[in-house]
Write a protein that binds this ligand. Structure first.
Ligand code: ATP
Ligand code: MG
Length: 592
């Protein structure tokens, strides 16, 4: 395939006119107050995420439109209209009221992707109650730790999960007053010290007047993925809804006629910001699949559910690549028009694979739990440069910065304006979805800011066209013989080898060069892990990267250790390599 440096777009080729096409003009004319004017707001000047996402539409022409379509292997599909979602979330808010749970109280949800989870999240937001979604696959300890850290008063989960994961540790969660159970095994549930959620919902009124929240009131508490260490709790406010709305338009190009699928679980911030809020804010119909990854099932859903906008993650794309493009080509994705990815660097190989297998390039975008929404993205408005995470969205000012240490003085920041120089990625503080604190760790929060910039902890460079290129996390960068080597560059080169499905690269201490580059690789189906393949991959990497940057060692693994949100845990590869303690593994995917 001919591979130019950019994938150009032309308006004539697009089935839907994108929300924007002039990057510079849109950035220049942008204001957050104009975004606020697109939303309704509460009487008296307040703002509430769930009101904007649900009630606003339930009162208008979208009332009967499908807001969420739930599918699973075991049950027939369930469609909830905006009006029905409004009624159910009202009921849930009334349930909380009856229990004496109000504004500022804390609620945790832990369930598979079932309707009750979505109703609880949105209903609690309407009630002003602060919500934390947890992965249902977490073990008992990580659940208890997070509920204790967040001083959760309410937990919504299922009877099965409660018995398996919560009951034995309930005494160790003193803040937890109310446990509301969804009956998975036929209700009502009879567990002592719990409520049967369906019975409470049946008795609750389906009208509710939204709590008087303001843009600065806390809304969501999200734990980070734990890729680099113990997960941190990042607090977000209702005002973040402005960013969800704006970025849903700019980065995902969501239009009301779209059928949208975000594959992220709400246990991870993507599953909330873009799996729940952004599509609802834009009046879109979302698909929610309860099942775990399965290449055949995913292709079938994309095709049969007529998905037009798809938001997924590199780990899923790599798994689809592993399954082979042939499988994709047995399907026709006639409605698909826009594909985006987040969570990890998207190797150029994956962007090209999208073009081959799906007929569309994949738009990488970058953000963090802390940023609450997409900050830098490949968008419909400009050409994609495969391997780049794109350009800052309107309303977002990004920079590459260097830290200047001076004798006895605190470190100062300098922005690097020369193109193609590596440094830390920073964002001008103050966008609406910026986190407002790390739970119980004000000192760490303060350390993230300097001279009005938020420091992301990621290293990147910006090219002369203003595109940002991810280099690696500050913690993962390898220092070898005086070079700074970003793992992403090495991993991307390895991914271009036809046998490589996934690659994770670490620096291994070495007496001569400081750190030497070691790669861990998992192979595509049909390739055998033997020494001749190892030599072949090493040779390929040397040719692409040069001897100074290419790995010196390659180890084959069946799969790489990943977080539940799908990120390669390089710190774990390193700890295992060096025989060191593994640290916090609460977010490690099972079997990794
Ligand atoms: P922790 O902070 O607990 O170590 P985490 O940083 O992985 O976990 P998240 O907030 O889920 O938790 O992930 C954000 C990070 O993911 C970013 O800081 C960045 O390192 C990485 N990331 C996200 N999107 C991209 C992308 N498009 N390209 C490169 N890296 C990305
Ligand atoms: Mg992080």
């Amino acid at each position: 395939m001919n591979r130019p440096a950019q994938i150009q777009k032309s308006l004539q080729d697009l089935p839907v006119t994108p929300h924007w096409s002039d990057y510079d003009a849109e950035r220049k004319n942008f204001s957050w107050s104009a975004v606020r004017d697109q939303l309704t707001g509460l009487a008296g000047g307040g703002l509430n995420m769930a009101f904007e996402a649900v009630d606003r539409h339930a009162r208008g022409i979208l009332a009967d439109k499908v807001a969420m379509r739930f599918v699973s292997r075991a049950n027939p599909a369930l469609d909830l209209s905006y009006a029905e979602l409004a009624r159910r979330t009202n009921r849930f808010a009334n349930v909380l009221q009856t229990l004496g749970v109000g504004k500022g109280d804390r609620l945790f949800v832990m369930a598979g992707r079932i309707p009750e989870l979505y109703v609880a999240v949105l209903g609690a937001l309407k009630n002003g109650t602060v919500v934390t979604p947890l992965f249902s696959a977490f073990g008992p300890e990580p659940i208890a730790t997070r509920i204790n850290l967040g001083e959760g008063q309410v937990l919504v989960t299922t009877d099965v999960l409660y018995r398996r994961k919560v009951k034995a540790l309930r005494e160790k969660m003193p803040s937890l007053q109310h446990v509301l159970l969804v009956a998975e095994e036929g209700g009502p549930t009879q567990e002592p010290d719990t409520y049967d959620l369906a019975s409470l919902m049946d008795r609750a009124d389906d009208s509710y007047s939204c709590a008087p929240t303001t843009a600065d009131d806390p809304a969501l508490l999200h734990f980070t993925s734990g890729t680099t260490g113990t997960p941190k709790g990042a607090l977000h406010v209702h005002g973040a809804v402005l960013a969800h709305y704006a970025t849903g338009r700019y980065a995902l190009d969501l239009h009301a006629q779209d059928r949208y699928w975000c594959t992220a679980d709400p246990g991870w911030v993507t599953g909330t910001s873009y799996g729940i809020l952004a599509p609802l804010l834009l009046g879109v119909s979302s698909l929610i699949d309860r099942e775990e990854f399965d290449a055949q099932r995913w292709y079938t859903l994309l095709e049969q559910e007529h998905i037009s906008v798809w938001y997924t993650a590199p780990t899923a794309i790599r798994m689809l690549m592993k399954a082979g493009a042939e499988l994709a080509k047995t399907h026709r994705f006639e409605d698909l028009r826009f594909v985006a990815s987040v969570g990890e660097p998207l190797n150029p190989e994956a962007v090209w694979w999208g073009l081959d297998a799906l007929g569309l390039p994949i738009h990488d975008n970058w953000w963090q739990t802390e940023t609450g929404g997409i900050m830098i993205a490949n968008t419909p408005a400009f050409a994609i440069k495969p391997g780049s995470m794109g350009r800052p969205l309107p309303g977002i000012e990004a920079a590459i910065v260097a830290h200047l240490e001076q004798d006895g003085e605190p470190a100062r920041l300098r922005t690097i304006d020369t193109p193609d120089v590596e440094g830390e990625l920073a964002l001008k503080a103050g966008w609406p979805s910026m986190f407002r604190g790390y739970l119980n760790n004000e000192a760490r929060y303060q350390k993230c800011f300097s001279n009005g910039w938020y420091l992301t902890g990621d290293l990147a460079r910006r090219d002369a066209d203003g595109y940002y290129w991810f280099v690696g996390r500050a913690d993962d960068v390898i220092k070898s013989a005086g070079h700074l080597i970003g793992p992403f560059e090495v991993e991307s080169a390895l991914m271009e080898h036809p046998a490589v499905a996934e690659a994770g690269v670490i620096g291994k201490p070495d007496p001569v060069v400081g750190e030497m580059v070691k790669a861990f690789v998992s192979l595509k189906n049909g390739f055998a892990a033997d020494d001749s393949l190892r030599q072949d991959i090493l040779g390929h990497a040397r040719k692409k990267l040069g001897a100074a940057v290419a790995p010196k060692e390659i180890a084959f693994l069946p799969t790489l250790p990943r977080t539940r949100s799908g990120k390669i845990m390089r710190r774990l590869l390193k700890a295992r390599e060096l025989g060191l303690p593994e640290g916090d593994t609460s977010t490690l995917e099972a079997g990794a």
